[in-house]
Design a protein around this ligand. Structure first.
Ligand SMILES: C[S@@+](CC[C@H](N)C(=O)[O-])C[C@H]1O[C@@H](n2cnc3c(N)ncnc32)[C@H](O)[C@@H]1O
Length: 243
């Protein structure tokens, strides 16, 4: 497994254009709405990266703090948040009961979940809301191939997620009112794999896996082959819960 900090050092420059969901304003607004944050809220955006999620909260809440391990990603996050903190999600440098809302989009696939989710619970104020949005496979039919593609596209990935995985971890940590919301995103495979951090061999291998995919995978992902691209309808699951 590649080191996540090195991976994102290589991706930082291109990150904001490395998929359609990255800059999808409907998805970003949905995460804001689900958090229930308001003008008196103190919010933590975990794995803030270039600050695209934190930016939606900035100016609308009392304080939004971004947390990440990558100074290279954070260089692109200027003006998106009140404060940035460099630390891993597995060891949050905040006292117990610090935040009214905690959000994370596409960060926990790199984390040790059995440490990260209890840490999120610890620093959440009682009554606070958590919103965690992650790419998952759909079901057993596409699982193996979806994970093989994800591994080639991001060798720093630690977790390969199925739709209920984050919700199950939230419940195990003590969160209540846990719910999942599904969000579908049409992705250009050319755009998604040109992330600046993987060699051409990986990109070629990914295209080959799409071309030779079984009919079940193609149907579930609504795969469309165009003249020079492949379109994949990817599934993001947004897990929410209350402390
Ligand atoms: C795919 S980006 C997501 C950025 C942002 N949340 C978004 O939705 O655009 C993943 C981010 O997770 C960060 N990351 C990886 N492992 C981490 C960890 N253990 N703790 C905190 N952040 C981590 C990376 O540095 C990177 O900025």
């Amino acid at each position: 497994m590649e080191n996540a900090e090195i991976h994102f050092k290589n991706r930082a420059e291109k990150y904001n254009h490395s998929s359609n969901w990255v800059e999808d304003q409907d998805l970003i607004r949905m995460i804001f709405e689900l958090s229930g944050a308001g003008k008196d809220s103190e919010v933590l955006d975990i794995a803030t990266g270039t600050g695209l999620i934190a930016k939606e909260f900035y100016g609308k809440v009392k304080k939004v703090t971004g947390l990440d391990i990558s100074p290279d990603m954070a260089k692109h996050a200027e003006g998106c948040m009140d404060e940035i903190v460099f630390a891993p999600v597995e060891k949050l440098p905040f006292p117990d009961n610090s935040f009214d809302a905690i959000v994370c989009r596409q960060g926990l696939q790199f984390a040790e979940l059995d440490k990260a989710i209890p840490e999120i619970y610890r620093v959440m104020k009682p009554g606070g809301t958590v919103v965690l949005c992650h790419l998952t496979a759909y079901n057993e039919t596409d699982r193996e191939l979806a994970f093989a593609i994800q591994k080639l596209r991001n060798p720093a990935r630690r977790n390969y997620l199925m739709p209920p995985d984050i919700a199950i971890a939230l419940e195990a940590a003590g969160f209540g009112n846990v719910e999942d919301t599904e969000y579908l995103s049409d992705e250009s495979v050319n755009k998604w794999i040109d992330n600046g951090a993987i060699p051409k061999e990986n990109m070629d291998a990914i295209r080959e896996l799409y071309r030779t995919a079984d009919e079940g995978f193609k149907e579930i992902h609504d795969i469309r082959f165009t003249d020079d691209d492949i379109i994949d309808e990817m599934l993001l699951v947004i897990a929410t819960g209350r402390k």
